[in-house]
Design a protein around this ligand. Structure first.
Ligand SMILES: [Zn+2]
Length: 370
């Protein structure tokens, strides 16, 4: 009987896991948990709570890898754009938006098959400057995505093309970007197991788990018997949790986790929410000087003096409005390649576009910031 029970306990989670799509069987990311937690002092945290309505705009370039001979392109622009929109929707409630500067293809067989555990540094020279870089690889063995560090001041993530192409996994891109900007997993236990209580002697949410108190304690702090994710295994297609695990309080309390949280290992199709406190923590990191380089200005008026651009490539962006030629003469001519990206682009008198040959001026309306 004992043997039978043991087998049943081992097999049940396995059977549940087998019912999940392949991409969900992968660990979401191999992003290592820092040995020293970054705790935000309460006074600082509260000061950023007051700034929740201020818009933040992150500049992004997405790189789709292919093999060196151009074959084996990791995925399509259509798939990339669908996941980018998913991410934009997930961050919008927190007034964090994205300005997509470019989707480009880079042909490199080595980087098209990325070992996230050992090859993270190989991507550094392939980053486009002044952006959050999202790299999409044909193969990222073992992972849906990887952010390499929390936070990642180098500003890049790797995505498995399978996760980008999945229509049931709507959340890995936003999850990895959450790591880049300082969010831990809700089941993180590098700082100790988080308990359910939010008051009294068992409360430890400020210095255990993900260090955030409005994300409920997560039963996934320990994996299943078969090394699968408990939260995903006990969340149904309607995103309802049915697990029975209890925390380690002296009077144990049954977990009541969020199945929607972006930083949990729940069902990928269910994940679509950051909590208010997660939004605040993101905002704290996005405001750090180390991330200044990837923040787009709200408005951008160019040029600041009379300017002629006759060759080379130029990119001028803003979250809300780029104003061209406000009070100075601005000429783009010859082979110069000029691009403007913003929600609004206003061309004033004094501006002249006279491209020749391969020269061109393009305006792209950014639709990812409300
Ligand atoms: Zn993660």
């Amino acid at each position: 009987m004992k043997t039978y029970l043991f087998l049943l306990l081992c097999l049940l989670p396995g059977l549940v896991a087998l019912a999940q799509p392949t991409t969900e069987a992968l660990k979401d990311c191999g992003t290592p948990t820092p040995t020293q937690p970054i705790v935000i002092p309460q006074a600082v945290f509260e000061s950023y709570q007051q700034k929740a309505a201020l818009p933040i705009c992150v500049r992004v370039v997405i790189t789709i890898f292919a093999n060196t001979d151009g074959s084996n392109v990791a995925t399509t622009e259509t798939n990339v754009l669908r996941q980018f929109q998913n991410m934009a929707d997930q961050y919008a409630p927190h007034n964090i938006c994205f300005l997509l500067q470019d989707i480009r293809q880079v042909n490199n067989t080595d980087l098209n098959d990325q070992d996230a555990d050992t090859e993270g540094a190989e991507l550094l020279p392939f980053r486009v400057a002044n952006c959050l870089n999202i790299f999409v690889h044909n193969a990222l063995p073992g992972y849906n995505g990887n952010a390499y560090d929390i936070p990642n001041y180098n500003g890049y993530i790797s995505m498995n093309a399978n996760a980008i192409e999945s229509t049931s996994n709507i959340s890995t891109t936003g999850h990895e970007v959450g790591h880049v900007f300082g969010l831990y997993h809700t089941h993180s236990k590098g700082f100790g197991n988080e308990r359910v209580a939010r008051s009294g002697g068992c409360k430890n949410c400020l210095d255990a788990g993900d260090l955030i108190c409005d994300t409920p304690a997560d039963p996934n702090q320990d994996v299943d018997l078969n090394d699968q994710d408990y939260l995903a295994d006990f969340t149904n297609a309607s995103c309802v949790y049915s697990g029975t695990r209890q925390d380690n309080c002296s009077t144990p309390v049954t977990y009541a986790p969020s199945t929607r949280n972006m930083m949990a290992y729940g069902r990928r199709a269910c994940r679509n929410q950051f909590t208010t406190d997660q939004g605040t923590r993101l905002r704290v990191f996005l405001d750090k000087p180390q991330f200044d380089y990837l923040i787009a200005p709200e408005n951008n008026s160019i040029p600041v003096a009379n300017v002629t651009r006759n060759s080379g490539s130029y990119l001028d962006v803003a979250r809300d409005q780029v104003t061209v030629g406000l009070s100075n003469t601005f000429v783009v001519s010859g082979s110069a390649n000029q691009q403007f990206i913003s929600k609004r682009i206003v061309i004033k008198p004094g501006t002249r576009f006279t491209p020749t040959g391969s020269g061109r001026t393009t305006t792209v309306l950014s639709t990812y910031c409300d």
